[in-house]
Write a protein that binds this ligand. Structure first.
Ligand code: ADP
Length: 274
């Protein structure tokens, strides 16, 4: 029996202030979408529905949806974008990948580049990595003083509250994979010639810091899951299950937002096309 999207959502959503150690969360998620064929069919259907809802969002042009994707290397951020938004017209969805900040970006506060990429009204914006890198990689690799990082959790919450009070609905997904699954995915990048380009020796340095990253994610989940922007921890060892869960939540959220086509202030019968 298929679970309704909000039932699935309630199983992956982190309550505000709750301790949610990743270690206690199963990256397999067998009970959510147990059947692969069904999950794949649901993802296609959800992606089509998301496209239709995006059309309404654009026509209405009053609100935006921001989808934040975070996860350790190989967790499937790119693949999620490809599967969940592959039916959506390129005009309605913007995807921003956040890499190491440029000199110009570093010359501003860390949220400057992030705020500039927030989707405008009518759009769905996807962040492939995000401002959370500023409390993840920056913390783990000591790229800023600990006190600076410490202050950022509250700053991020305030920033997201500001966005949510100004027409931006925020969905934050942490793609949760096991260390063993990451080993296999990295190995594929070495073994399969068409995946060699994805291999980055720096990923091995981050893999060696796995436990540090888990701790940094635990802090994010505990401190930045708020009523206005809760985190969802998505079991991501199976790509097809990850896609089905995320597409269901994106679709369900858009349906709840229920954007509507504006009513014209004229009647179609007022005009005659000759
Ligand atoms: P990806 O691994 O997401 O496919 P890249 O290989 O371009 O893409 O990696 C982006 C890198 O940029 C990651 O190692 C990430 O940790 C790093 N990065 C992102 N944001 C920041 C930041 N604010 N400060 C330092 N490094 C960052």
């Amino acid at each position: 029996m298929t679970k309704a999207w909000n039932e699935i959502d309630s199983l992956v959503r982190i309550a505000s202030g709750a301790k949610a150690p990743l270690e206690k969360r199963d990256p397999a998620g067998d009970d959510l979408f147990p059947d692969r064929a069904h999950a794949e069919a649901a993802t296609v259907e959800n992606a089509k529905a998301i496209d239709k809802l995006q059309d309404r969002l654009w026509a209405e042009r009053k609100r935006a949806l921001l989808v934040v994707l975070q996860g350790i290397d190989t967790s499937g951020k790119d693949g999620t974008v490809r599967s969940v938004f592959n039916q959506s017209g390129p005009l309605g969805v913007s995807v921003t990948a956040f890499g190491r900040p440029s000199e110009e970006e570093l010359a501003h506060d860390y949220l400057w580049r992030v705020h500039a990429a927030v989707p405008k009204k009518g759009m769905i914006g996807v962040f492939n990595r995000s401002h959370y890198e500023d409390v993840l990689v920056v913390k783990v690799r000591g790229l800023a003083p600990a006190e600076t990082v410490e202050r950022r959790y509250e700053q991020v919450n305030a920033f997201e509250k500001h966005l949510s009070e100004n027409g931006v609905t925020i969905l934050k997904f942490m793609l949760h994979i096991s260390k063993d699954e990451q080993r296999q995915r990295l190995q594929e990048r070495l073994d399969e010639p068409e995946k060699n380009w994805k291999f980055n020796p720096g990923d091995l340095e981050d893999r060696a810091l796995w436990d540090e990253y888990v701790k940094a994610y635990d802090a994010v989940l505990e401190r930045c899951s708020t009523a206005h922007a809760p985190w969802r921890v998505i079991p991501a060892d199976k790509k097809w299950r990850r896609n089905a869960i995320i597409s269901a939540i994106v679709r369900g959220t858009l349906e709840e937002m229920n954007p509507s086509y504006p009513k014209p202030d004229w009647k179609p019968t007022d005009f005659k096309i000759v």
